[in-house]
Design a protein around this ligand. Structure first.
Ligand code: HEC
Ligand code: HEC
Ligand code: HEC
Ligand code: HEC
Ligand code: HEC
Length: 501
């Protein structure tokens, strides 16, 4: 509330003549804090960049420090390591709070003003450079080595932005999604190397190894290119701009992935729709073959993810293939991975095809919490991964990138009449939530599990039916394609052209 009042006062100040010169406007901006403090607050941006703020506010970047699972895990990690974690976790989940010295360990988030929590506008748009010496055991860019200028300049990918009253502007290659340099803004915050030397999250590394980081074959695509698609929209909606408004490429700031808020959060439904859209892009079952002996073979393709799938927190995600085989009487005879959305994934089914990371301790035993992960003789990297692999660059320069197929096989029963398959993902395993409840770090009566969404990937739903499919192979998904991105854009902005009023 407080910050909204400030933003309104700021807007009023900016609309009263002195808005054309940044330095003159600074005098007015002292309302409620120093000019820098005002710029730190995402609410300040709302008056001129309402859509950026709306999308970001629903995003995981806004949620990063609010996440109750994050808070519980960080607290448990601090206890179990005797405080050695320090600002490790919070330096990515609330980087402004760390940069300004408001927290040392993320245990006092209740006292940190919300404007400093999460990955904020100011943090991304004030990044000036990235450290080149890496302070982690593997010496790779990870653990948020981004450096801020701590000035009033908002850096972006617009080469000729007009300077508004509120802030200075600067073009920055690190903020230009068309350039490889932009991966440096996202990547080093999306790779985690633990103190024990385990490369726990590897999204950036995977991207660098993939065809998408290559600039020589027409396959280049940055994190921004895929996660912040541009569209025709105004990038600033101030009075001063409206007079001579130029439409430019607006970059989406919702950045949907897999995770959704477990606490009440703005535009939750639109975010969930956007996740469904993103997941439909991620993975496709391109072929299902059913043999008379009951063997089911799937071709799974991941050529549209710029990294493995799932990537990032793959140790906490649960992604799997669901198979249901029926006899001629319509009875379900074999089911693999077919669980209700409120049930945990069975660990004992040898046919279960899971796509995730497993992490191990120094003794080679499986562990659940990342500060326990460690290289061992059995697992030298400290993890084992069954995630879907990246799309590799082709051997020959200029070749079309090879579509990446993975084969999955299942045995059902003799002569099935109907087989249904789909790929599902749950952002966080129930086993992990139970573990945090058992250790007292999440409340006993929490209904978090009922709020964790289990998604079915739209283009992985395949059905083979003996009576309608004369061949033993199916290549067409059973689901209609989703109307993306209209689906979630119209939920956010019902008035948009093409949204049917
Ligand atoms: C008083 C209105 C106003 C406020 C408040 C405001 N901006 Fe801006 N911003 C603008 C205008 C106008 C432009 C230039 C648009 C153009 O050239 O078409 C702009 C441009 C930008 C750019 C593009 C810079 C580039 O060169 O690529 C970024 C990034 C940006 N603003 C971020 C922010 C952030 C973050 C906040 C909140 C901390 C904020 N702005 C607050 C009006 C504002
Ligand atoms: C995770 C980093 C990140 C965060 C957080 C973020 N932005 Fe951006 N933003 C970018 C990048 C990257 C671009 C430029 C993409 C390009 O030009 O290729 C951008 C572009 C912009 C632009 C220029 C117009 C456009 O759409 O390209 C504005 C204005 C802007 N952001 C405002 C905001 C505001 C306001 C917030 C907070 C509500 C915010 N951003 C949060 C990364 C971020
Ligand atoms: C300061 C560190 C930081 C930077 C910089 C950063 N991110 Fe993130 N990002 C995070 C964190 C932390 C989360 C997860 C928050 C959570 O789920 O609690 C996240 C979440 C995401 C998600 C959603 C993942 C999911 O499973 O839902 C996407 C997509 C994403 N970031 C893309 C980007 C892109 C693209 C950029 C660069 C423009 C970027 N990030 C820059 C820290 C960062
Ligand atoms: C070629 C397009 C493409 C590129 C390039 C790309 N991504 Fe992704 N990314 C995707 C798709 C598609 C998904 C799947 C969405 C999902 O899993 O819900 C995804 C998922 C994610 C997620 C969710 C993690 C998960 O569990 O799967 C994060 C975080 C992420 N990307 C970050 C990044 C970062 C950081 C970069 C750059 C280093 C990057 N992406 C480059 C397409 C891309
Ligand atoms: C290098 C930056 C970085 C560090 C350090 C980091 N995180 Fe994250 N965290 C991320 C990013 C990025 C994501 C989103 C990844 C994705 O969606 O795949 C994330 C996601 C999460 C999530 C939500 C998804 C999940 O795994 O359930 C939790 C909880 C979390 N982190 C807890 C922690 C804790 C606890 C620590 C410290 C022990 C920590 N993080 C350290 C960047 C970081």
């Amino acid at each position: 509330m407080h910050s909204r009042v400030v933003a309104t006062a700021l807007l009023a100040a900016l609309l009263t003549g002195c808005a054309h010169d940044g330095d003159a406007a600074d005098g007015d901006m002292v309302v409620g804090g120093s000019p820098l403090e005002i710029l730190h607050d995402p609410e300040t941006c709302r008056s001129c960049h309402p859509k950026h703020v709306r999308e970001w506010s629903a995003s995981m970047h806004a949620y990063a420090a609010e996440d109750p699972v994050f808070a519980a895990m960080n607290r448990r990690g601090q206890e179990e390591t005797g405080g050695e974690l320090g600002d490790f976790c919070i330096s990515c989940h609330a980087p402004m709070a760390v940069a300004l010295g408001l927290t040392q360990d993320g245990l006092n988030l209740d006292e940190v003003p919300p404007k400093y929590e999460g990955v904020t506008c100011y943090f991304c748009h004030n990044v000036e450079s990235v450290a080149t010496e890496h302070d982690n055991p593997l010496k790779v860019p990870a653990n948020n080595p981004l450096r801020l200028a701590h000035d009033k300049t908002m850096r972006g990918g617009v080469t000729d932005a007009r300077r508004p009253g509120a802030h200075a502007v600067a073009y920055s290659p690190m903020h230009d999604g068309d350039l490889p340099a932009s991966a440096q803004l996202c990547g080093p915050c999306h790779d985690i190397v633990t103190a024990a030397g385990v490369h726990l999250e590897r999204t950036f590394q995977e991207w660098k190894d993939s065809v998408f980081s290559r600039t020589d074959g027409g396959s280049f695509n940055s994190c921004v290119g895929c996660h912040m698609p541009s569209r025709d929209d105004l990038i600033a909606e101030t009075h001063e701009v409206a007079v001579t408004a130029r439409r430019r490429g607006f970059h989406g700031h919702l950045m949907p992935g897999v995770d959704a808020a477990l606490t009440p959060f703005p535009d939750h439904e639109a975010h969930l729709s956007a996740i469904e859209c993103e997941l439909a892009e991620a993975v496709q079952v391109t072929q299902m073959t059913v043999q008379p002996n009951g063997q089911v073979t799937l071709e799974i393709e991941t050529s549209r993810t710029g990294h493995g799938w799932p990537s990032g927190s793959a140790q906490d995600r649960r992604a799997w293939v669901e198979v249901r085989a029926y006899d001629a009487a319509g009875r379900l005879r074999v089911s693999i991975g077919a669980i209700d959305n409120d049930k945990p994934l069975p660990r004992s089914d040898p046919q279960l095809f899971v796509m995730r990371d497993f992490i191990y301790g120094a003794d080679g035993e499986e562990v659940h919490m990342f500060w326990d992960a460690s290289p061992s003789a059995a697992y030298p990297a400290g993890y084992r991964s069954t995630t879907l692999p990246i799309t590799l660059p082709s051997a020959q320069r200029g070749d079309v990138p090879p579509p990446h197929h993975v084969e999955a096989q299942f045995m059902t029963f003799m002569d099935p009449a109907r087989v249904e398959v789909a790929i599902k993902i749950r952002p966080i395993g129930f086993d992990l939530v139970d573990d945090l409840i058992a250790s007292g770090h999440l409340p006993q009566d929490t209904d978090l599990k009922s709020r964790i969404q289990t998604h079915t990937l739209n283009l992985t739903k395949m059905v083979w039916d003996r009576t309608t499919d004369s061949s033993r192979t199916v290549e067409v998904p059973a689901a209609e394609p989703l109307d993306c991105p209209n689906r979630w854009l119209c939920q956010l902005y019902p008035g948009r052209p093409g949204c049917g009023g």
